[in-house]
Design a protein. Structure first.
Length: 470
């Protein structure tokens, strides 16, 4: 082929895994080509983390103003706030544009060659890129590499009997509404269902959530989820647990559901958001030709993020759970540094997870149940935000911080917390685990007053039997 390019590192996918790997590789002087078929920034920046958090902020502000209009509890009186949806969406899109533009600039700064188009794997060292538009010269560009990094991410799972289209939408459409429906049925009470279900409810839409398991956010422990469950109820979100979705109603304006121990019925809904998980994007671009070891649709990697084929690496959602942007980024850095000759392993002490519901939920490391399952004799300390001055002054005293530690040497094993704005504590949780802190390290650290962070210190003190404010 005449238009063949040679490089040391070829990355397929410009999401947080791929673009961060490219930036780090560029910093380390590795000749790098990044191929992206849709938009730099991937799911996270374009149709995931960032747009969802922007809309969560819009919904929170609107809802808070409506609260003031209703009862003026803080002494603020507001009259009938109105939503200009088009402007809210434009604001969200502006943030996405700034961030994705920033990624393009960083890649350029670090001399990464960005090729726009869809990659097709020929073999472990050869990739063809199809031109993005019909107008381009037509022939694919061939890229030859020493190292191939797969970072193609994930895509939403559809229900086989209710494919996406028409009134059935995925998170992508839910993040870019032109108008709001009167009612929304959300299938799946996981991260996406609850984050976006809360957004729509706070913007005035009637929301019903249908979950197959017996509780919302089934991945988290029951105590953590309780405050979120109560808050959703107070917000007027309908929760249908242990309920099966059977299909669309005949007129397409609702869902046929089967609640436990009762008859099938129709739940009216103008739109249906299906959020039952995401699956690794491992099909349709020649990955199977490499015959890699797989775990279902996920590419199996070792603790270096190396696949079963020499010179082929994989990171991010393509490698399965937990599908989180910060995990993908950390894996990307790990791979780039190894290609530069450094000895690296991807063995995090904990990958924090945050669900941006209201209240938020944060976990890092082991829960008390997980510690018990692992046969570890553990103690825990729980500090309620109702006893934290900052939480009170933020008018958000619901929730708690919990620490789990070994009984014998007080090594911290995990943190769990729920509360409004508590996601900002995730960094402290992650650091204490990575630094192998014990309860005394956290308990004897001076925490600024008044902050929600004091609840971290108090949880550690409580586990030691020395809590000061409960
Ligand atoms: P992706 O971000 O999916 O990027 C993969 C890229 O590869 C895409 O741009 C795609 O176009 C490209 N690609 C695929 N195949 C090819 C090909 N053949 N050729 C060229 N390019 C290709 N995570 C968090 O940590 N925090 C959050 O708050 C959060 N919120 C989320 C909210 C929503 C609504 C969703 C959907 C996800 C959210 N996530 C969140 C998850 C997060 O977005 C993903 O974990 C993260 O984007 C994974 O990064 P990645 O690089 O592995 O893949
Ligand atoms: P999820 O795994 O978080 O939740 C899916 C939910 O759907 C589960 O509770 C499951 O029991 C339920 N479910 C599955 N099949 C069902 C059915 N047929 N009927 C009713 N309920 C059903 O998946 P998600 O919410 O789609 O999110 C996908 C991934 O995206 C997450 O795993 C996460 O990694 C990532 N994400 C992260 C964040 C964050 O970090 N804040 C936010 C959004 C998405």
């Amino acid at each position: 082929m005449s238009n063949t390019v040679n490089t040391t590192l070829l990355i397929i996918g410009g999401g947080p895994g791929g673009y961060v790997a490219a930036i780090r590789a560029g910093q380390l002087g590795i000749p790098t080509v990044l191929v992206e078929g849709a938009a730099l920034g991937g799911t996270c920046l374009n149709i995931g983390c960032i747009p969802s958090k922007a809309l969560i902020h819009v919904a929170e502000q609107f809802h808070a103003l409506q609260g003031h209009a209703a009862d003026a509890a803080l002494g603020i009186r507001v009259q009938a706030p109105e939503l200009d949806l088009a402007r809210s969406i434009a604001w969200k899109d502006g943030i996405v544009k700034r961030l994705t533009g920033g990624v393009a600039a960083l890649l350029k700064k670090h001399k990464v060659t960005v090729v726009r188009g869809w990659a097709r794997i020929v073999d472990g060292k050869t990739v063809d890129v199809d031109p993005l538009t019909r107008g381009q010269s037509g022939a694919p560009q061939r890229i030859l590499c020493e190292h191939l990094l797969l970072a193609t991410g994930s895509e939403p799972v559809a229900l086989p009997f209710m494919p996406f289209g028409g009134t059935v939408i995925s998170s992508t459409e839910a993040l870019a509404p032109q108008s709001l429906p009167e009612s929304l049925a959300v299938v799946g009470a996981g991260y996406i269902g609850l984050e976006l279900g809360t957004v729509y409810r706070k913007l005035g839409v009637r929301v019903e959530v249908i979950e197959a398991q017996d509780r919302i956010l089934p991945a988290y422990d029951a105590d953590l989820v309780k405050p979120v469950h109560s808050a959703l109820k107070s917000l007027g979100v309908g929760l249908h647990l242990q309920t099966q979705v059977l299909g669309l109603a005949e007129d397409g304006q609702g869902l046929r559901i089967q609640p436990p121990r009762s008859a099938e019925r129709v739940l009216p809904a103008q739109q249906i958001l299906v959020a039952v998980g995401r699956r690794p994007r491992s099909r349709g671009f020649g990955l199977s030709t490499l015959m890699l070891d797989m775990d279902g649709l996920a590419v199996r990697v070792d603790d270096r993020c190396h696949t079963s084929m020499s010179g082929v690496w994989a990171i991010g959602d393509l490698t399965g759970e937990p599908m989180l942007a910060h995990r993908a980024m950390a894996q990307g850095v790990c791979v780039a540094e190894q290609i530069a000759g450094q000895t690296r392993r991807f063995v995090p002490a904990a990958i924090p997870a945050v669900c941006f519901t209201d209240p938020e939920v944060v976990t890092a490391g082991l829960s008390p149940q997980q510690a018990a399952q692992a046969g570890i004799d553990a103690i825990e300390g729980v500090f309620p935000l109702a006893a934290n001055g900052r939480a009170m002054t933020l008018d958000s005293p619901e929730g708690f911080v919990r620490v789990v530690a070994r009984r014998d040497n007080h090594l911290i094993l995990g943190w769990q917390a729920t509360g409004r704005g508590i996601s900002e504590c995730a960094a402290a949780f992650g650091q204490s685990l990575e630094l192998n802190a014990c309860l005394e390290d956290v308990a004897h650290t001076i925490h600024a007053h008044p902050t929600q962070g004091e609840a971290i210190q108090e949880a550690a003190l409580r586990a030691l039997g020395e809590a000061l404010h409960v």
